[in-house]
Design a protein around this ligand. Structure first.
Ligand SMILES: Cc1cc2nc3c(=O)[nH]c(=O)nc-3n(C[C@H](O)[C@H](O)[C@H](O)COP(=O)(O)OP(=O)(O)OC[C@H]3O[C@@H](n4cnc5c(N)ncnc54)[C@H](O)[C@@H]3O)c2cc1C
Length: 509
């Protein structure tokens, strides 16, 4: 690749920073990614404990199917065809502690049959749900960096579903759930942050799963990250680890590079921040450049909750279990002084052979909380209390599992607990948020500005400029940002994927 003699410094090696690196390298820029952690990925992370690997991020990757929405975008940033995807038959099973259960199949016909058998009194809203899932399977999202020429076909195709889209975008998950008289179905749409999001988020996810375009890749989110790192290396880019940026260097209202925590200066023609938005705007730039939209967002916007994750290495083959179980609890669990949860979500990773030896299973459980201050302060000021709070949570979660699967406690050989303090320490995300900003009913797919007023040669990418977040927000925000940089520099934006499309069948679980 011929270089154009200009350099982009990228802060942060999560999915967004790495995607920006690939797009920039493809356009001939020299690229240096500065990542504070000793590995890339940010929230797209897993960790090893003994025999087990514990995934935190990947439930589904939208764009997993060749020809599906976002697939081409993934091809632009990595050789996605090298990943092996599995598409579960059951997305999740909802259970209560009295023996009630409901399988949420990814196939809309099976889902409809299961829901009608479970709650015949809810026939009308059930049929409306499965009709919505079928209608949205081919929905094309408008991608601003492709302009009208790249979007008109999709827009035309979407015309018949506009009224449905509009209804589901304006109503919250909780409102949508209230259509069902069955408590399990109501619960499913109104649990935690899902209940605050527009209903479209869940219906569209089910639609993409139904279309086989939201699979799980073997090796989890780090398998995807490694592919993008390989692409960066092949294109001649540089990623530096343990390189924490302390401030953005600004001369005459122009970003000219960054200073690292060790004092080193790294200069560039452009600075792109793919780090957490609050750190970027208020710490690395000292709050000197901010527009009213961004200011309002940081004062009033609501973030996705943070979370504790209890990860268990279980010396038992749990392949008979569904990949995900949402268990409605008889007795709610007190997570911290401000947080009580009424259900627990378990993931049984039997479908990923890279996560545990044969005959054993990695199991995780996420407990959402917004009380990140409590966990941070406990960790900082009272390490012993922090340790016992983590133990208490682990014991409680194992207790719920033991009630469901008697004898399982004896098979638990590895226990790991992460908290919001862990999320903030390792990724820097504001409030320990899982996915940046919550997007609200009526907001639409509104992006925040990717540049700051009065500051030249500086751009931002990642989940903090795209409410709703998710892995696709990485390349989705990186693409238009690098395109804008190319336009400013009069450089040709040519990022076509080299990867041929293989129509391979996904593996079922
Ligand atoms: C529990 C959970 C489940 C999820 N499930 C899914 C899912 O199933 N599907 C999906 O698509 N998405 C999912 N997501 C969301 C997805 O992981 C995130 O939206 C996405 O990874 C965010 O990427 P990012 O690059 O914008 O930010 P980040 O991943 O936060 O990356 C920012 C990077 O910047 C680095 N950094 C920060 N400050 C500095 C600094 N000063 N100097 C140098 N480096 C710095 C950080 O270390 C980090 O590597 C999930 C997230 C969580 C937590």
């Amino acid at each position: 690749m011929e270089r154009n003699g200009r350099k982009i410094v990228i802060i942060g090696g999560g999915i967004a920073g790495l995607s920006a690196a690939v797009y920039a390298l493809k356009c001939g820029y020299d690229v240096e990614v500065l990542e504070m952690h000793d590995m890339a990925g940010g929230l797209a992370m897993s960790w090893k404990r003994g025999d087990y690997t514990f995934e935190t991020c990947l439930h589904w990757l939208v764009g997993s199917r060749p020809g599906g929405e976002f697939h081409e975008m993934w091809q632009e940033v990595c050789d996605i065809e090298k990943l092996t995807f599995v598409d579960p038959e059951v997305f999740a099973r909802i259970e209560d502690e009295r023996g009630g259960e409901l399988n949420l199949y990814t196939d809309p016909d099976r889902l409809e049959a299961e829901l009608l058998a479970h709650a015949p009194q809810d026939e009308a809203p059930i049929r409306a749900l499965t009709h919505g899932i079928r209608s949205l399977r081919k929905f094309k999202i408008v991608e601003p960096s492709r302009g009208l020429a790249g979007n008109w076909r999709g827009m035309l195709q979407d015309v018949p579903i506009f009224p449905l889209l509009s209804r589901l975008t304006k109503m919250s998950g909780k409102e949508y759930g209230s259509r069902f008289s069955d408590s399990m179905l109501r619960n499913f749409f109104s649990m935690g942050d899902v209940g605050k999001l527009p209903a479209i988020a869940m219906v569209l996810s089910l639609a993409w799963m139904g279309a086989g375009n939201a699979g799980y890749c073997i090796g989890g989110s780090q398998a995807l990250i490694r592919l993008i790192e390989e692409k960066i290396a092949a294109l001649g880019g540089k990623i530096r680890y343990k390189a924490r940026v302390r401030r953005v260097l600004v001369e005459s209202d122009t970003a000219v590079g960054v200073q690292l925590a060790n004092g080193e200066l790294v200069r560039g023609d452009w600075v792109v921040s793919a780090a957490d938005g609050h750190t970027t705007v208020f710490e690395l730039l000292g709050g000197r450049y901010i527009d009213p939209v961004t200011q309002k967002q940081y004062q009033q916007g609501e973030t996705f909750a943070s979370y504790l994750q209890v990860s268990l290495g279980v010396a038992r083959d749990l392949s008979g279990e569904p990949p995900m179980v949402s268990r409605i609890l008889e007795i709610p669990i007190v997570v911290d002084p401000e947080t009580t949860v009424e259900h627990l979500g378990f993931r049984f990773f039997h479908f990923d052979p890279t996560f545990a030896p044969v005959g054993k299973t990695a199991v995780t459980c996420i407990l959402p909380t917004r009380n990140f201050r409590y966990w941070n302060e406990l960790r900082r000021n009272a390490p012993m209390a922090y340790y016992s709070a983590k133990n208490r949570i682990a014991e409680t979660v194992i207790g719920v599992l033991e009630r469901r699967m008697p004898g399982i406690r004896a098979a638990v050989e590895t226990v790991d607990v992460s908290t919001p303090a862990t999320v903030m320490r390792y990724t820097g995300n504001w409030c320990g948020s899982q996915e940046g900003w919550l997007f609200k009913p009526g907001d639409g797919m509104r992006m925040l500005p990717n540049h700051l007023p009065g500051l030249k040669q500086f751009m931002m990418v990642g989940q903090w400029i795209m409410p709703g977040g998710g892995l696709p927000s990485g390349p989705m925000t990186a693409r238009p940002t690098v395109k804008a940089i190319c336009r400013a520099d009069r450089v040709r934006f040519d990022v076509a994927a080299e990867t041929p499309v293989h129509e391979e069948e996904a593996v079922g679980v």
